[in-house]
Design a protein around this ligand. Structure first.
Ligand SMILES: Cc1cc2nc3c(=O)[nH]c(=O)nc-3n(C[C@H](O)[C@H](O)[C@H](O)COP(=O)(O)OP(=O)(O)OC[C@H]3O[C@@H](n4cnc5c(N)ncnc54)[C@H](O)[C@@H]3O)c2cc1C
Length: 460
């Protein structure tokens, strides 16, 4: 019975986003058998997200980078790599991936593993952020671009980093009025991104495209502003916004209130490294790249033999980095399995793209003062409904490590396993705004799956 649920391939890839698709196409071109596992309903990942098959939605204006997306999706389709969509990977060890698909428990056995699971939104709690109608910037994109859902009529988008712009343009395309678009970094700080944009033709084109869209819609990006809080009866009805200082601390005297029915808040992205940690790969902390990232060498190899990483798992960088690193990881795997040298141009492209992204993202490293937005009764862990005050008491009573706070108040112990609250939890609970999150421990199951899936998991 369990034999029928075991798959074999030379290379197993987690993630059918830009990194995973680029790698799969290159591996297939070298004649290797490839299985790509993705929990999404179609290939594309976060940025090249497609509507479900057969669904129709409003045409969303696409920035120039999305044209690469069409080429990549076509190349991936032609490569005939086996894509398993709706496949949730919940455990791993070198050469083995356990996943759930259509209620069935599966094992993929492979010689090499490539981890390309992307990232998730960085949340910074503020009063009212758990009200219906308040979403992360990424979740708004998923609703609009992935499901064709129009989330409301009047929106405020706040946060920090390049993801704000696609969120604003997706909402505008869907016919939503964007009352305010707020970048927490000051104008001066965001100027640090200029060398990274100027040195990269496609990023420059992209910046112009977004600028034109905002200008056309009459939306002004306010620098050094953020969301202070949301209110409403049963769902968001009002949002208070205001200026922050260079450190991100709210300047309460500047507060103004707007009537809205949608708020998107995204303070950057956090690399999704749990799979790598579960496999025993070493990680390091890199503030500018989003926090803890997998340690990768010049060929995208992790510290565990036969396991590679590409894209956001090695640090936030965007789609161009993900594609270039996916190709490099694939070329390195081909070298190991077939003896063909990694082309120098592939290596150089990955280095160039990563350098440009690092230069740009320096401008958007998390602002510690934003942790002052939360009030004592603001929920910090939404899975377990833990308010800030309780997390503070836990830190005082049990200690300031991530584990001590979790044990002391259950924050981070719900279904998201601290993906949402973790990055800010220690800074909030200890009152040390600069406190860096401890390296989390990867708990199995890594994602929510049915207990039957775990019980019936093939032995491997
Ligand atoms: C919600 C969200 C929306 C975004 N929207 C944009 C955008 O509009 N424009 C933009 O420039 N950038 C966007 N980004 C940034 C984007 O992540 C990167 O620029 C780019 O897509 C990274 O490519 P990647 O291949 O590394 O990862 P991704 O594109 O994130 O692909 C990773 C894939 O891995 C899958 N996956 C992860 N874990 C598992 C698991 N355990 N089991 C099975 N599958 C798994 C995911 O379903 C996903 O499809 C977004 C990020 C997020 C988190």
């Amino acid at each position: 019975m369990s034999e029928s649920r075991v798959l074999d391939a030379e290379v197993g890839i987690v993630g059918g986003g830009p990194a995973g698709m680029a790698a799969a196409a290159r591996l297939r071109a070298a004649g290797l058998s490839v299985v790509v596992l993705d929990e999404g309903h179609r290939a594309g990942g976060q940025i090249f997200r497609q509507l479900p098959l057969g669904a129709s939605g409003q045409a969303i204006a696409e920035p120039p980078s999305h044209h690469h997306g069409h080429t990549l999706l076509a190349a991936f389709g032609l490569s005939r790599a086996e894509l398993r969509s709706g496949a949730v990977v919940w455990d791993a060890k070198p050469g083995r991936l356990w996943f759930e698909q259509d209620g069935q428990s599966w094992l993929l056995r492979c010689q090499r593993l490539l981890l390309a699971p992307g990232a998730y939104d960085r949340c910074i709690p503020f009063p009212g952020w758990t009200l219906p109608g308040v979403l992360t910037a990424g979740a708004l994109q998923v609703m609009v671009r992935g499901f064709g859902i129009v989330p409301g009529q009047r929106a405020i988008v706040a946060g920090s980093g390049p993801l704000l712009l696609p969120t604003v343009t997706a909402l505008l395309s869907a016919g939503v009025e964007v009352v305010a678009a707020l970048e927490a970094s000051t104008r001066w700080r965001t100027l640090r991104a200029v060398p990274g944009v100027l040195g990269n033709a496609s990023r420059l084109k992209e910046a112009f495209w977004y600028g034109r869209q905002l200008l056309r819609a009459g939306v002004k990006l306010r620098f050094g502003w953020t969301i202070f809080g949301c209110e409403g009866d049963g769902r968001v009805q009002r949002a208070t916004i205001g200026k922050v200082d260079a450190d991100g601390r709210p300047r309460r005297d500047t507060a103004e209130t707007h009537e809205v029915d949608v708020v998107g808040a995204g303070f950057g992205l956090v690399p999704s490294i749990e799979l790598g940690l579960r496999l025993g790969c070493a990680a390091r902390f890199d503030q500018n790249r989003g926090g803890h990232v997998l340690q990768l060498d010049g060929s995208q190899a992790t510290t565990v033999q036969g396991v590679y990483g590409a894209g956001e798992i090695g640090g936030i960088g965007g789609a161009e980095v993900a594609i270039a690193e996916g190709e490099l990881a694939a070329a390195a795997i081909v070298q190991e399995l077939r003896g063909t040298e990694v082309p120098a141009a592939v290596r150089k492209k990955a280095q160039r793209e990563r350098r440009a992204a690092d230069a740009m993202l320096r401008a958007f490293a998390p602002l510690p003062g934003l942790h002052e937005l939360a009030q004592p009764d603001t929920i910090v862990c939404r899975c377990e409904d833990v308010p800030l005050q309780r997390a503070r008491e836990a830190a005082l009573l049990h200690g300031t490590s991530l584990r001590a706070i979790k044990v002391g108040c259950r924050a981070g112990m719900g279904p998201c396993q601290a993906r949402i609250c973790g990055p800010s939890l220690q800074a909030l609970a200890t009152g040390d705004r600069n406190r860096v999150m401890d390296l989390p421990v990867a708990q199995v199951p890594l994602k929510v799956v049915a207990s039957d899936t775990i019980r019936n998991a093939p032995i491997g």
